[in-house]
Design a protein around this ligand. Structure first.
Ligand SMILES: NC(=O)c1ccc[n+]([C@@H]2O[C@H](COP(=O)([O-])OP(=O)(O)OC[C@H]3O[C@@H](n4cnc5c(N)ncnc54)[C@H](O)[C@@H]3O)[C@@H](O)[C@H]2O)c1
Length: 259
């Protein structure tokens, strides 16, 4: 077991990457608190964990609401005890080009992607510091590391990466580590609307990846597991791309040049 004596709070655990993380962490011994804004979805995740022989509770949590975050952490505490692993996974992207995006939509991206991390860290860090034990894993995006579009979402994810670095340098001496996983295209429901418009989206996108395909949620969960676990005991403040080689270089340019 790679996560013994661990209480892991996973936000956005009702689907996609969050669900895969909940399942993977529970399989490694963590007691998982599956948090999300749609109780039925996180209950489904908790049910899947139980079916696989793990332990999980489902809690309502809208990460943009600080009171709801505090309540979710209190629920986690009464179910399993203090949270030792926090996975800030909840996310979503709204709008695109800055000439078109309205200020409210811009703020919506920042509230969901970045300010939520501030709320969740404030609610869980004190117990981690007190117990000298904590690992925070933030699910950012390659969009936060280079220009790909979705400007507000990308800027918020870039902010998440910087916030993670500051968490790492401030709380390392209290036994708390903080790291980021930066996925590229992963086959999850976040793509549903775009796939409805363009059913070949994943095949089209696969052409940009040196590994020739898009990623699966479990591949992000593996990286999150490593960073959450004691196997990463001397790793803090890093950003680990899980990106099929996207950020390694200009793959399409190389293909065009070499024919
Ligand atoms: N799938 C990809 O291609 C991809 C790539 C890079 C980064 N990411 C990031 O991975 C994370 C997970 O996304 P996913 O791909 O699994 O998509 P997803 O849509 O399946 O998951 C997003 C989750 O966030 C939850 N959520 C939305 N608003 C919330 C709120 N206010 N409070 C709490 N939870 C909320 C949703 O309920 C959902 O379960 C997101 O942060 C996303 O930005 C995804």
């Amino acid at each position: 077991m790679r996560l013994p004596d661990t209480v892991a709070l996973v936000t956005g655990a009702g689907s996609g990457i969050g669900r895969a993380i909940a399942l993977r962490f529970a399989a490694e011994g963590a007691r998982v608190v599956a948090a999300g804004p749609t109780l039925a979805k996180v209950e489904e995740t908790a049910g899947l964990v139980a079916e696989a022989g793990g332990e999980a509770v489902a809690v309502f949590c809208d990460v943009t609401d600080p009171a709801a975050v505090v309540a979710a952490v209190a629920a986690a505490n009464s179910a399993f005890g203090p949270v030792s692993v926090l996975v800030n996974n909840a996310g979503g992207s709204f709008g695109d080009d800055i000439l078109e995006i309205d200020p409210e939509t811009w703020d919506r991206n920042f509230d969901l992607v970045l300010k939520s991390v501030y709320h969740c860290c404030r609610a869980t860090l004190p117990a981690m510091i007190e117990r000298r034990r904590g690992s925070i894993v933030n699910i950012a995006s390659v969009n936060g590391m280079t220009g790909i579009g979705e400007e507000a979402y990308a800027a918020a994810k870039a902010g998440m990466i910087n916030l993670t670095q500051n968490l790492a340098i401030k709380y390392g001496r209290f036994g708390v580590r903080a790291n980021t996983v930066a996925p590229a295209t992963i086959r999850t429901p976040i793509w549903d609307a775009r796939l409805a418009e363009r059913p070949t989206a994943f095949d089209d996108l696969a052409r940009w990846y040196p590994l020739g395909r898009v990623g699966e949620p479990e591949e992000v969960a593996h990286a999150a597991l490593f960073l959450a676990s004691d196997e990463a005991s001397w790793i803090t403040g890093i950003t680990l791309p899980v990106d099929g080689g996207l950020l390694a270089g200009s793959y399409r340019m190389n293909v065009d040049l070499s024919g």
